[in-house]
Design a protein around this ligand. Structure first.
Ligand SMILES: Cc1ncc(COP(=O)(O)O)c(C=O)c1O
Length: 425
C-alpha cells in the first residue's frame, strides 16, 4: 500500500465529508503539506490550489506572518469567554477592521464561520423589528441563486435549489428576486409591512455559480431599503478582503450596508472565525435597562483571541501587499489567457470576471443536468487534478479564485487547466 492508498482506505472507514456523495466519490485527495499556492499530495503530486481551499486562503498557505501571530497569541492568552470579558486582540481587530469597512458600520459581533455570521445578522435584524414593535416584518428578501451557508437561517435565505430542497418544510418564508432593481422594488412593494430586510452577496454570488451583477443594482437596493426603513445585509463572506479587486465589494459599489458578514478571508484562511458588523443604530436599538432586550446569541469560541490575532495580521498583510490589486491582476491574466483559448469555442459561454474571480459556463454537449449536481463534475475535477490544478466546478460553471501569492506561471497553468475542461475530447 502506498501512503495515499492507506490514508484513503482509513478515511473511508470513519470519515463523512462535506458535500460528498460517498457512494460515487471515493477518492479524496490525500494532502500532506501546503505552501503558498501549492498543495502537496501523499503520492508526491503537487496541485495548485486554484480555489483557495473553498475561498479561504487569501495570501496563500503557510504564510509566516499569520503563523507567527497564531503561535505568539497562543502562548499569551489561548482562549477566554467573551461574555463579560474582553482582550486586546478582539478590541484591536474591531478598531482596525471598522477603519477599513464601509462607513456607518461601527460595531463588531464575532462568531465562528460564514453561516453563523449570517445567523447573527438575521437575528439582529429580526430582533430589532420585534424590539421596535414590528413583529410582522418577518419576510427577508434574497437573490435567486444565492448561497449564505448551511445552518437553518442561512439555508432559508439561500436558494433551495439544489442544496436545501429536503429542508424546505422547516425553513422560514423568504422571497427571492433577480438582481434587477425593478424586480426587487415589486417584491418589496408587495410585501409592504411584512418585509424584514434584503440580504445579498454583493457583486458576485459564489456557490450559486459565480453569478455577477453590477454595482448599479446594489445602489438601487440601498436606496430602496433605506427609503423603507429596512436593513440591507451584505454577505461578504466570500467577496470580502479583496476578492472583487477592492477590499470589500460594498466599498467598490459605494454602498453602506446596515449589517455586513465576514468570514473565510478574515483570518487569511488560517483559522475559522467570522464577524457580523453593524451600524451604531443597530447596537443602540438593543440598549435598555431591561436585560431581556439584549441580543441573545453567542458561541463558546466567540471572539477567540488566536483567531483575532491572526485576523489582525492578515488584514495588515492585505493592506501592505495591496491584496485587492494583486488579485485583480491575477484574475486579469487568467481571464485573458482563457479568453484567447476559448475564441470561437462552442463548448463554453459567458466568460466573466470580477477582480480575482474568473468563471465561464460549460455547454454540455449531451444536454445533461447543468447545475451543481451535474453528473460529469467529479470527472472534471479529476481532469483538472491530472493537469496539476485543484478546480471544483460548480456544476457546469468552471471558475478560479486563487490566493494572492500566485505567480504568473501558476496563473497560466490554472488558465490552461480551465481551458482543458472546455475541450470536448
Ligand atoms: C457568500 C457566502 N456566505 C456564507 C457562506 C457560509 O460560510 P461557511 O461555510 O464558513 O459557513 C459561504 C460559504 O461558501 C459563502 O460563500
Amino acid at each position: 500500500m502506498t501512503s495515499t492508498e492507506s490514508l484513503a482506505a482509513r478515511d473511508a472507514v470513519h470519515q463523512w465529508h462535506p458535500y460528498t456523495q460517498h457512494a460515487i466519490e471515493r477518492e479524496p485527495l490525500a494532502v500532506v503539506r501546503a505552501s503558498g499556492a501549492e498543495l502537496e499530495l501523499a503520492d508526491g503530486r503537487v496541485l495548485i490550489d486554484a480555489i483557495s481551499s473553498w475561498w479561504t486562503s487569501l495570501h496563500g498557505h503557510g504564510e509566516p506572518r499569520l503563523i507567527d501571530a497564531m503561535t505568539q497569541q497562543a502562548q499569551r492568552l489561548d482562549h477566554v469567554l467573551f461574555a463579560g470579558a474582553t482582550h486586546e486582540p478582539a478590541v484591536a481587530l474591531g478598531e482596525e477592521l471598522l477603519a477599513v469597512t464601509p462607513p456607518g458600520l461601527n460595531r463588531i459581533f464575532f462568531s465562528d464561520n460564514g453561516s453563523t455570521a449570517i445567523e447573527v445578522a438575521l437575528k439582529m435584524a429580526f430582533q430589532r423589528h420585534v424590539l421596535e414593535g414590528h413583529e410582522a416584518r418577518r419576510v427577508f428578501v434574497g437573490l435567486e441563486g444565492s448561497y449564505h451557508g448551511d445552518t437553518f437561517g442561512a439555508m432559508a435565505v439561500g436558494d433551495p435549489d439544489p442544496f436545501f430542497a429536503p429542508f424546505a418544510p422547516l425553513l422560514f418564508e423568504v422571497r427571492r428576486t433577480k438582481p434587477c432593481a425593478s424586480a426587487l422594488e415589486s417584491v418589496l412593494d408587495e410585501l409592504g409591512p411584512r418585509a424584514a430586510g434584503v440580504l445579498l452577496e454583493p457583486l458576485v454570488q459564489g456557490a450559486g455559480g459565480m453569478r455577477m451583477h453590477d454595482a448599479d443594482f446594489l445602489r438601487a437596493a440601498r436606496r430602496m431599503t433605506r427609503a423603507r426603513g429596512l436593513p440591507l445585509i451584505a454577505d461578504e463572506v466570500m467577496t470580502g478582503f479583496g476578492r472583487t479587486g477592492a477590499l470589500f465589494a460594498c466599498g467598490k459599489a459605494g454602498i453602506e450596508p446596515d449589517l455586513m458578514c465576514l468570514a473565510k478571508g478574515l483570518t487569511g484562511g488560517l483559522l475559522p472565525m467570522a464577524a457580523t458588523l453593524a451600524t451604531e443604530s443597530y447596537y443602540e436599538a438593543f440598549l435598555s435597562e431591561d436585560r431581556g432586550r439584549a441580543f441573545f446569541h453567542g458561541h463558546s469560541f466567540t471572539g477567540h483571541p488566536i483567531g483575532c490575532a491572526v485576523a489582525r495580521a492578515s488584514l495588515a498583510l492585505a493592506l501592505e501587499n495591496d491584496v485587492p490589486s494583486r488579485l485583480d491582476a491575477i484574475g486579469a491574466r487568467i481571464e485573458s489567457r482563457v479568453r484567447a483559448g476559448l475564441e470561437g469555442s462552442p463548448q463554453a459561454r459567458d466568460l466573466r470576471r470580477t477582480g480575482g474571480i474568473v468563471a465561464f459556463d460549460l455547454v454540455d454537449p449531451a444536454g445533461g443536468h447543468a447545475g451543481y449536481l451535474a453528473a460529469r463534475t467529479p470527472a472534471l475535477r479529476r481532469r483538472a487534478a491530472d493537469r496539476g490544478v485543484l478546480l471544483r466546478p460548480l456544476g457546469n460553471v468552471v471558475y478560479a479564485m486563487p490566493p494572492a501569492c500566485l505567480g504568473p506561471e501558476q496563473a497560466d497553468q490554472i488558465a490552461d487547466a480551465m481551458l482543458d475542461l472546455a475541450d470536448p475530447r
